[in-house]
Ligand binder design. Sequence first.
Ligand SMILES: [Zn+2]
Length: 143
Amino acid sequence: MDSINTNVGDQLYAIKMVLDRNIKIEVGRLGECDFQKGSYIYIGSAKRNIGSRINRHVTIEKVKRWHLDYFRPFVTIQHVITFPVHGGECQLKEFLQNELLGEVVVPRFGSSDCKCDSHLIKVKREGSENIYHLREMWLTNRH
Ligand SMILES: [Zn+2]
């Protein structure tokens, strides 16, 4: 992993990771899902203890609970960035998807509790580019 940027008081997080081959895996109740090789960003929220939530996502060996837990063993996490809550995790997903020209490739991933199409986006820009600068844009962009 390249970096974790957590900020006190933040309740949202984005995990940027890379998958280096195409896979088809079982993702809990979603069943079998296809993931194409590339860069992905997962967006979530934790009302408290965001640090321990992030540590949990980073850990590979664990009881599987969230959709991301099924995907985690196959990816390399590059950056984890926290964001202040503003509009919420669904708005953050929209924001990051627009800024990074992301697309949804696995519908309903991580979005069982909301109306989003997914909380996992695949981004066109490959490589290990840090997206921390987007936190500033999110801060100045009131939602
Ligand atoms: Zn959502």
